[in-house]
Ligand binder design. Structure first.
Ligand code: SF4
Length: 329
């Protein structure tokens, strides 16, 4: 008689092991929250393509569930292979202020750090667990770095007081992502994210409280949000909200994003399916004329409204080198 078949389970190591051992914090009908250990909060970005050297993501996974989200692949490191797990299983990183402060203090002056490179630091989990706010409080005890925060949420305005303190000590920019001002289209593309008018109202509130903000139209989606009229409308609204900078970048659709984006197109924009298949089935990235035209379009719009580029050149806050009090840290 043949021996019974057994299914070999993969041996989990590293982040997959940590995810499997995570303690469930709360279960909701749509989303489960977990707490996960964090070996280090700062991760180094070893590429010249990005305008920052360090990244911080307070959460793994993002409940906003944007249809084009490229970061879904990150759950695969935890052996979670359904791309929808990324928006349904949210891991709040365990935060230890002393350890993080020690990490920050090792950085040389002027280092560039992006908060929210792969998940939104102001997604709904932040209301419950406050990891992003705890991180900002640590920044408010140090000085001399360049910090950029990327979000789609008006929840960032909750932290205006601590952001003002961070801006006094570091070069701080909040980058609000607004892909379109068309609320109905945004609702389809970014179903759980705050509407564009809420995001722009948040930009207004930040800038009127002296916090530097920019608006980033990203990703730009061919035939959906790439027209001059669509991008101009975002830029005009950004300008009127007091944003200093405006930028945008073309979408790329890696397999994990394509698996979600294609059914979305089939359901909502069936006439675009053939064009997207032609463009993205061979490569996740668009090359050639199209991205070049978009770069030119963004540059023209930026000029039209007198915007800076997203990441400002070598401006330094006056307080960095001179404030004696800051030298205590
Ligand atoms: S807000 Fe950003 S990280 Fe979150 S789902 Fe959307 S694109 Fe992904």
């Amino acid at each position: 008689m043949p021996a019974p078949l057994t299914t070999a389970r993969p041996v989990l190591v590293g982040i997959a092991k940590m995810a499997a051992e995570s303690q469930k914090l709360q279960a909701k009908s749509r989303v489960d929250y977990f707490e996960i250990a964090a070996r280090s909060f700062l991760h180094k970005c070893n590429t010249d393509r990005l305008p920052f050297r360090w990244g911080i993501n307070p959460y793994r996974g993002c409940e906003f569930g944007c249809k084009y989200c490229y970061a879904r692949y990150a759950h695969e490191f935890m052996e979670l292979h359904d791309p929808l797990d990324f928006e349904r299983r949210i891991y709040a990183k365990h935060f230890d202020a002393d350890t993080f402060l020690a990490e920050l203090r090792k950085l040389p002056r002027g280092e560039t750090i992006a908060l929210g490179t792969a998940t939104d630091p102001y997604q709904p989990a932040e209301r419950r667990y406050g990891v992003t706010r705890a991180i900002l409080r640590a920044f408010a005890q140090t000085s001399g770095l360049r910090l950029g925060i990327t979000t789609k949420s008006q929840l960032v305005t909750r932290d205006i007081a601590v952001l003002q303190e961070v801006a006094r000590r570091h070069f701080l920019t909040i980058s609000m992502t607004v892909t379109t001002v068309d609320t109905a289209l945004a609702r389809l593309l970014e179903p759980m994210a705050p509407s564009p008018d809420l995001r722009l109202a948040a930009v207004r509130k930040l800038t009127s409280n002296g916090i530097r903000a920019t608006v980033f139209a990203a990703p730009i989606l061919p035939l959906l949000t790439d027209s001059d009229a669509s991008l101009d409308a975002v830029a005009r609204a950004a300008r009127s909200a007091g944003a200093k900078g405006f930028g945008g970048s073309v979408v790329f659709l890696k397999p994990c994003a394509w698996q979600v984006f294609l059914p979305f197109l089939e359901e909502n924009f069936p006439l675009l399916v053939r064009r997207y298949r032609e463009r993205f089935e061979r490569s996740a990235y668009l090359r050639g004329d199209y991205p070049e035209r978009i770069v030119e379009r963004i540059a023209r719009i930026r000029q039209r409204y007198g915007f800076e580029s997203r990441f400002h050149d070598q401006e330094e806050p006056e307080l960095w080198p001179h404030d004696r009090q800051l030298l205590l840290f």
